[in-house]
Design a protein. Structure first.
Ligand SMILES: Nc1ncnc2c1ncn2[C@@H]1O[C@H](COP(=O)(O)OP(=O)(O)OP(=O)(O)O)[C@@H](O)[C@H]1O
Ligand SMILES: [Mg+2]
Length: 313
């Protein structure tokens, strides 16, 4: 059965684009036909990730009669030939190694990053906006019918803005991505109550994805020594030496002891299940192409987390 999955969050910088891209690539690597859409209309990024210029942008599709075939770019072969090239440099014996090649298909649809194009959509009159919403629905239908997409993966703009909400309207599954900060949590409560609930009532499924949680850069510790924790009571992370990972870990443990299981409490309050806890892997932030982690580093724990996430969907 085909599915349309959207990554959204209240606050920016929660990892939506990274997770969307890696999920799409991993699904394509597994042999599925995948369409990845940059519907972060206000601040697109996939044109930078994929370094491609489409014949037509998603903006053209939404506001005019641009053809879907001119919007979607087939990037499967460019990944596979890049991969073969890297393999051949690494070892002549392994030329053509197929391990991390994409065996399915991957297309991307890009949003136009030019200010005037973003502005044009933002300030469009009601009729144009109404037509664009119809085209949004049509976009999904075309990808399912003409491209025979098994999965449509959608990256969205954060927050409660016109195009973020409309991007969610085409999704069957909403992945509400958040970090473990009060701002993210309070924000998620707001969008859940004001927006997601309405989509859930209309039949979409929603899940919480906690991203960049402790457990890798900062090891996760269970509270084994209460006395040790009481010694650091009253301190803040900012007062601690920056490289003192052990004390940050203790502070996190203490924080947990104060409010034992708030990720689950949020989930219970909202009636939205948690689908994933993805640790913060600071090493992937140093990669120049973090959106390709699952392709380049198939044994990285981040790749396993993305596998788990897509298996759970
Ligand atoms: N699990 C993770 N571990 C470490 N770094 C991560 C993880 N997930 C995402 N990041 C990093 O966090 C940063 C923000 O990610 P990303 O751009 O995907 O967020 P976003 O939600 O799309 O942001 P925006 O709302 O601005 O579009 C990037 O540098 C990315 O590499
Ligand atoms: Mg993004």
């Amino acid at each position: 059965m085909n599915k349309c999955i959207a990554f959204h969050s209240y606050k920016g910088g929660t990892g939506k684009s990274t997770l969307a891209c890696n999920s799409a690539i991993l699904l394509a690597r597994k042999g599925y036909r995948v369409c990845l859409l940059d519907l972060d209309i206000y601040a697109p990024s996939f044109h930078l990730y994929f370094s491609k210029e489409p014949r037509k942008w998603i903006n053209d599709f939404l506001t005019s009669s641009a053809n879907i075939q001119d919007v979607m770019i087939d990037v499967t072969d460019s990944f596979n030939s890049q991969q073969r090239h890297t393999d051949s440099i690494k070892s002549n014996d392994h030329v053509g190694e197929k391990e991390v090649e994409i065996s399915g298909k991957l297309w991307v649809g890009l949003s136009n990053p030019q200010k005037k194009e973003i502005f044009k959509l933002e300030t469009a009159d009601t009729n144009t906006k109404r037509q664009a919403i119809r085209r949004f629905i049509h976009l999904r239908e075309l990808l399912m019918s003409d491209f025979k997409a098994d999965y449509i993966i959608v990256d969205t703009s954060p927050g409660i803005r016109f195009w973020s909400i409309n991007s969610l309207a085409i999704a069957d599954i909403l992945l509400l991505t958040l970090k473990m900060s009060d701002l993210d949590i309070d924000g998620t409560r707001i969008v859940a109550e004001e927006i997601y609930r309405c989509f859930i009532e209309l039949g979409s499924k929603a899940y919480l994805v906690y991203n960049m949680v402790e457990g890798y850069c900062v090891p996760r510790q269970t509270i084994s020594n209460k006395e040790e924790i009481s010694n650091i009571s009253g301190s803040t992370i900012a007062q601690k030496p920056r490289n003192d990972i052990a004390s940050v870990t203790q502070l996190l443990s203490q924080q947990r002891s104060d409010d034992d299981d708030w990720p689950s409490s949020l989930s219970t309050d909202l009636g939205i299940e948690i689908i994933s806890f993805i640790p913060c892997y600071c090493d992937i932030q140093f990669l120049r192409k973090e959106f390709l982690t699952v392709l380049k580093y198939k044994d990285h724990p981040f790749t396993f987390q993305i596998e788990k996430l897509i298996d759970a969907l």
